[in-house]
Design a protein around this ligand. Structure first.
Ligand SMILES: [Zn+2]
Length: 236
């Protein structure tokens, strides 16, 4: 993703006014960081218990009928284009707001604890970037989110087991079937995960192609349960 003028302006503004909310530019209170509480509350939450799981599982059923690689799913927010949340996710992904990613990960962790109090996850695994992409971007936003989740839930994160071996490029212009094809054999596991219950973390759930592709190899490596956890779910 090229650095745009908007990106540069936003970064510069935040450097000059670190105490202003990234979304509404109002001054932050002492207990707020990067985004004010009012803007957080303005994000489109999945408010009902099980609502995000229903939404994600329905999308998976529609796009990948008969596939049972993913057992459970959870997400915090509904993603809408040109919303404050889309600005925030872009800032986390491309503009280097790493502290914000950790904070959002912690929010996702608290949401998981509230909605799935009985869950007993063995490990948190973030969706990896291809090594070339990681060099370009310098960090993996899913790993930062995963770190926030891991700290919040006191579950170890494993960033060495799952690898991306295919440089798939941007998926955004593909329909579900093309994404599925493009992501075939995109991941591999270099360790066994026998009897482990995996919490697979990414920023946005779109068609499910990335998650299914990763979940398949986790299951093949022995994981008995794969739960996907994303910050947001895009309109499908
Ligand atoms: Zn705000």
């Amino acid at each position: 993703m090229p650095i745009t003028i908007n990106t540069l302006i936003r970064q510069a503004l935040h450097l000059v006014y670190p105490n202003a909310c990234l979304c509404c530019h109002e001054l932050l209170m002492d207990n707020e960081s990067v985004i004010c509480n009012r803007c957080y509350e303005g994000f489109d939450h999945f408010a009902l218990p099980g609502e995000s799981q229903g939404h994600i599982m329905d999308t998976l059923k529609k796009n990948f009928p008969g596939d049972s690689s993913i057992d459970q799913a959870i997400s915090c927010y509904k993603f809408h284009k040109k919303s404050h949340l889309s600005l925030v996710i872009h800032a986390v992904k491309y503009d280097g707001f790493q502290v914000l990613a950790l904070d959002l990960g912690a929010r996702l962790g608290r949401h998981i604890r509230k909605e799935m109090p009985q869950a007993n996850f063995s490990t948190v695994i973030p969706i990896p970037l291809h090594p070339v992409k990681k060099i370009e971007r310098t960090y993996n936003q899913a790993e930062l989110l995963g770190s926030g989740v891991s700290d919040c839930l006191a579950i170890q994160m494993n960033t060495t087991v799952l690898h991306r071996i295919k440089h798939t490029g941007s998926q955004t212009s593909f329909v579900a079937s093309e994404r599925k094809e493009n992501l075939l054999n995109a991941f591999y596991c270099n360790q066994r995960l026998d009897e482990q219950s995996v919490l697979l973390v990414d920023d946005v759930f779109t068609t499910g192609a990335t998650m299914i592709s990763a979940a398949k190899v986790l299951k093949k490596a022995g994981a008995f349960n794969v739960t996907v956890a994303t910050l947001a779910v895009a309109d499908s």
